[in-house]
Design a protein around this ligand. Structure first.
Ligand SMILES: Cc1cc2nc3c(=O)[nH]c(=O)nc-3n(C[C@H](O)[C@H](O)[C@H](O)COP(=O)(O)OP(=O)(O)OC[C@H]3O[C@@H](n4cnc5c(N)ncnc54)[C@H](O)[C@@H]3O)c2cc1C
Length: 416
């Protein structure tokens, strides 16, 4: 049986970043996944490194928006009716966390992570020779209605107070930036400091290759086999059992499958999302991701084509895909940008692992010595993978963490 210092369970962007940060600090690390690193949720995101994000996605603030979602007219959110009762406690908590005061509190709690998110990606990308996948061209959000644009005022005002560059643009200025966009919108907001990734899978693979180059070991195994043997943790793998003092759960939306076996119940829900790539028509191109705010989808230029990503679908994680939202947004996307043929036959589906307070859990598992948690990054897992890796590696090795980890502790759910 092999021994190591730490076992990292789940090789998405979060697990790979955690493993890499641990190995950089001199630990012997084994990274376990049942499949190929980066093929889970981390495969299919919109590739945006949202260093400038202030407010999380919030529960609909008006009866009108709620009604549109309930009637399944809204492109930004959908649901399986049979799932609503199960997810209701989470939705109510999400609603409580969406008051203006709580959004500000979330912003404050998350700022330390966001403000280092891009620098941590840049550092890992530089050592992993993955810089070619990073694009420093910002994020353009376009608004078709005056009403939706007006809704951005609080966030823009706050951004300006915090000294973040944000540029309001009219149609012509936005089209000077992205000439292929059709004049179907009225306003745009350009978040200059956002970066993006041209191939999220390739970036995760580059970080995994760097982990291997530093002596890290990646093995196929089922994380659900994790169990205690004396004071150590053991996991069964394709190469036999592996033991370690410490284990880190980075299983994204699958974390509850393991944690419930250990008696740990944290209120995670998933927001499913879809993507599909399209070729551009003619010479049309995009230099950066574009959010069509009124229609709730992103156009993200990737190596594979223009990736259209959808908003939230509330349904059981493993229920069969129902890409109705995708079909709802496609005509709007075709209006905005000259899309050609689809690259794949069917949309990809993934599940964002979300806590109702829009914060991940990063820290110790209470009552389980040597067990650490780093999951629940919701809409921001690509953004926050490397900074999470740094924070938890600092905590695990007894270094002074670069920020106070208290807001991300699992203890916040005690008694929930
Ligand atoms: C449509 C969409 C768009 C998004 N856009 C963005 C964006 O633009 N920017 C951003 O920052 N975030 C975005 N996100 C969110 C982001 O993709 C996720 O938060 C992030 O990928 C989560 O990473 P993770 O490493 O925690 O989980 P995952 O990538 O899911 O990794 C978990 C790993 O665990 C493995 N695993 C599961 N069960 C087992 C088991 N039993 N044994 C062994 N291994 C197991 C899986 O194979 C997987 O590799 C988006 C998400 C979606 C769905």
């Amino acid at each position: 049986m092999a021994r190591t210092d730490a076992i990292v369970l789940g090789a998405g962007i979060v697990g790979v970043s955690v493993a890499l940060h641990l190995v950089k600090r001199g630990l012997a690390v084994t990274l376990i996944d049942r499949g190929e690193p980066g093929r889970g949720t981390s495969y299919g995101n919109a590739g945006i490194i949202e260093a400038n994000t202030l407010f999380p996605v919030a529960f609909p603030g008006s009866l009108r928006s709620l009604l549109r979602i309930a009637l399944k007219w809204a492109p930004e959110a959908s649901y399986h009716a049979s799932f609503l009762a199960r997810v209701m406690p989470w939705l109510l908590a999400f609603r409580r966390n969406s008051s203006p005061e709580r959004l500000i509190a979330t912003m404050r709690a998350m700022r330390p992570l966001f403000s280092r998110a891009l620098a941590e990606h840049e550092a890992l990308a530089a050592e992993a020779r993955g810089e070619r996948y990073l694009r420093h061209t910002g994020w353009l959000k376009v608004y078709r209605s005056d009403r939706s644009f007006a809704g951005t005022t609080p966030e823009r005002t706050l951004a300006t107070e915090l000294g973040m560059p944000v540029r309001v643009m009219d149609l012509d200025a936005a089209r000077a930036l992205e000439p292929a966009l059709a004049p179907v919108f009225r306003h745009a907001v350009f978040w200059e400091e956002a970066a993006s990734v041209t191939n999220p899978l390739a970036l995760t693979r580059a970080y995994a290759a760097r982990f291997a180059a530093l002596g890290g070991v990646t093995i196929t195994g089922d994380a659900r086999s994790l169990h205690r043997v004396g004071t150590r943790w053991r996991v069964e793998t394709a190469q036999g059992p592996i033991d370690a003092e410490a284990a880190v759960v980075t299983l994204g939306p699958w974390a509850p499958d393991l944690l419930r076996q250990l008696g740990i119940y944290l209120p995670l829900a998933v927001k499913r999302g879809y993507h599909r790539h399209f070729g551009p028509r003619g010479n049309a191109s995009l230099a950066r991701p574009v959010l069509d705010a009124d229609n709730g989808y992103c156009l993200a230029p990737m190596e594979q084509g223009i990736r259209i990503t959808t908003g939230a679908e509330f349904a059981a994680r493993d229920a069969a895909p129902t890409p109705v939202q995708f079909n709802r947004v496609l005509p709007a996307a075709r209006d905005l940008f000259p899309l050609g043929d689809a690259v794949e036959d069917q949309p990809w589906i993934g599940a964002r692992p979300c806590f109702a307070d829009s914060r991940p859990v990063i820290g110790r598992a209470a009552g389980q010595g040597g067990l650490w948690l780093a999951y629940g990054h919701g809409h921001w897992g690509l953004t926050l993978g490397p900074v999470t890796g740094r924070l938890i590696a600092e905590m695990m090795t007894g270094a002074i963490p670069f920020c106070d980890p208290a807001p991300y502790g699992a203890e916040r759910f005690a008694g929930a």
